[in-house]
Design a protein around this ligand. Structure first.
Ligand code: GRG
Length: 301
């Protein structure tokens, strides 16, 4: 493990690490406020977008962009777009037909706050507005097209991952741990991967930098899910701002369930190491990505 990858009392706090997320919120709020929409739909979308959330994906877009020499300003449209896709997925995942959750980010889920029809429509709205944002706020048409490609492929992969996870039609002929990897490379890691790739693309990174950031993202993508599964077992509902222990209750297929808690923790460390290795050729501009990786390995919510 690289010497600087341990989390110590001097490590940046979650607030420091996710600071650029505040600018993304401001950007998103202005975009939504200036888009003609029925007021109740606007309210639903804003409820789904704001009021909590670590903003990890937009922060990854910004930090990957900066790692290859771009600016946070350049990264704003893809950062805001991917957060809208992420929030759409959370709102739809919470619906009774999916995970049926009452709490998210420490408050009632959107369908509890309003109703199911509005939660479906606000989710649909966030999804399509994400692509509208890329198409209208990225001036260079070729860049906009590359970003739309990254985000649309990742979104479809995430939806496929949700199907693999909840309506499985595969997996009987492969090892449980491989099946878990297929599910989570799609469901969770696809958006984290697209975050880093979109940051590298908008920042003008080289092919080699894009490849390294993709490797970094694939490692933190799986690591993020293993930590999430571990938290479902070890954290409280209050800590998570949503129901804890649901995976076990629903008999879900998880890393601690398949590997055990200790082996899952070791897998987190292995992936943390892999992510650091992927950034080997980057200088100090990639320090925030290294810190984000270390935070994601030990996060408590
Ligand atoms: C319903 C289309 C559709 C897809 C659902 C991504 C997903 C697929 C569902 C969301 C629920 C879930 C458990 C996803 C796994 C990824 C994950 C742990 C998301 C939570 O991400 P955080 O912790 O959330 O970054 P915040 O609230 O901080 O933004």
């Amino acid at each position: 493990m690289p010497a600087d990858s341990k989390v110590t009392s001097n490590s940046p706090s979650i607030e420091d690490l996710t600071m650029p997320g505040r600018d993304v919120e401001t950007f998103l709020e202005s975009f939504i406020d200036n888009r003609p929409l029925p007021e109740n739909l606007r309210d639903g979308i804003k409820y789904g977008l704001f009021g909590g959330g670590k903003r990890l994906r937009p922060v990854l877009v910004i930090r990957a962009c900066e790692a290859v020499g771009g600016t946070a300003q350049d990264a704003m449209p893809p950062a805001a777009a991917i957060e809208m896709v992420h929030c759409f997925s959370l709102v739809h995942d919470d619906l009774p037909a999916m995970d049926d959750d009452d709490m998210r980010r420490g408050r009632p889920t959107l369908h509890k706050h309003t109703n199911e029809a509005m939660a479906i429509l606000a989710g649909d709205g966030m999804l399509s507005l994400a692509f509208e944002l890329l198409a209208t706020r990225v001036a260079d048409a070729q860049l906009a097209s590359s970003l739309v490609r990254e985000l649309s492929v990742a979104t479809s992969d995430m939806v496929a991952g949700q199907v693999y996870d909840t309506l499985p039609v595969f997996g009987d002929d492969i090892e449980d741990v491989d099946r878990l990897e297929v599910i989570h490379k799609h469901k969770t890691a696809a958006l984290l991967r697209a975050s880093c790739r979109m940051g590298a693309i908008i920042g003008g990174g080289s092919a080699a930098q894009l490849a390294s950031l993709t490797r970094y993202a694939e490692a933190i993508g799986l690591m993020f899910q293993i930590v999430d599964d571990l938290l479902d077992v070890t954290a409280t509902s209050q800590q998570l701002g949503k129901a804890a222990g649901k995976d076990l209750e629903k008999g879900k297929f998880t890393y601690p369930g398949v590997l055990g808690v200790e082996a899952s923790r070791q897998e987190v460390q292995r992936l943390q190491y892999e992510a650091h290795e992927a950034l080997e050729d980057f200088d100090k501009a990639a320090a925030p990505l290294r810190e984000l990786c270390d935070f994601m390995a030990v996060r408590e919510k």
